[in-house]
Design a binder for this molecule. Sequence first.
Ligand code: CTP
Length: 409
Amino acid sequence: MSNVFEGKTVILGVTGGIACYKAAYLTSELVRSGADVHVIMTESACQFVQPLTFQTLSRNYVFTDTFDERDPQVVSHIDLADRADLVILAPATANIIGKLSSGIADDMLSTTLLATTAPVFIAPAMNGHMYEHPAVKRNLQTLESWGYHIIEPAEGMLACGYVGKGRLEEPHLILESVKRILSSGIKGNRDMKGIKVLVTAGATREKVDPVRFFTNRSTGKMGYAFAEAARDRGAEVILVSGKTSLEAPEGVELISVESAQEMYDAVMSRFDEMDVVVKAAAVADYRPAQVYGHKLKKGDGPLTIEMARTKDILKTLGERKKHQFLIGFAAESENVEENARRKIESKNADMIVANHILQDGAGFEGDTNIVTLFDRNGKICDLPMLSKRAVADRIWDEALSKGLGEGRL
Ligand code: CTP
């Protein structure tokens, strides 16, 4: 792996925990790798280690106070935030995790964190019960869904005497994780600049009459995560979405549709200009053959509604594609691999994301997913349970490594 730290401006945020001393080793390793390291310490971190330790190791001034403006030419926290290529938060206490996930900016470190657009790596360290607290778990999940990278703590003897999960990951392993993620193309790298992406998301609605429709359980979260991840990586994104309760990500062109036919029309009208289409939407395979103009009245006996087939959007794209890369989904409750392989062939897709919809932590409604990726040569990999945003980023990584965007200007 090449030295990704060479010549990079790194902000190391150090917060108040006993593991602060390990941040000294991190500083020293980063400097040895050629990085320009700027340490920001919170007030509580200064209770554990003196700023002078970090100043000596980094050969840079250590910031502890937002109002300590050394250079009248710049506003320090904005200047540092803008110059940073990456930020590492180690050790990260429950407090800074809570502040960042709530948008609180009340000291030099928390203001810099809100002001930076560089990728941020968070290595938590705390007592095992604190780490398991629902508030901390929720905050970490929120940060992860926004694209922050969490480097999980290790298990073992904690300073408080407990044995459990909460020990700061070993510094060399923190640097390994950062290197691995940086090398795989991440938020902040804008590695999808110049790529035109169309994502479909959510469920379609197939009308029966003015008050009733057929639909399914899709919430649109997976598709929206794809759109957001692509936008953050610099792509131009169109989101063709069925009705959802989600807010459209800023900077993405939203086309709202209801039925499978409307989704088909919207996708086809923009397909030629696209480089990649992600079919994350759960499209109805059938619609009522007849749509009633007035509310259907009940009778005494059972009601039979005749259903007609909708058009298969992905299949049509597969038939028409020229240079486009097609990513389809396979929502499966059984024979996942067999069905995914069949769908990649029958729809002429380049990649299929198979969803194990009956597994806990996968499929509809939740914030996480468990998927297996397939390309035309077979299975690529099984991904562990990840936030939908992390799943989207991993799939973009795969698609880029398989040639997506190679023809871009
Ligand atoms: N799809 C589509 N148009 C349809 C139905 C499905 O574009 N009318 C797309 C979905 O968006 C998804 C992929 O095809 O990317 C597979 O969808 P899925 O519902 O898993 O499979 P089906 O094609 O409906 O096949 P089956 O009914 O055999 O599961």
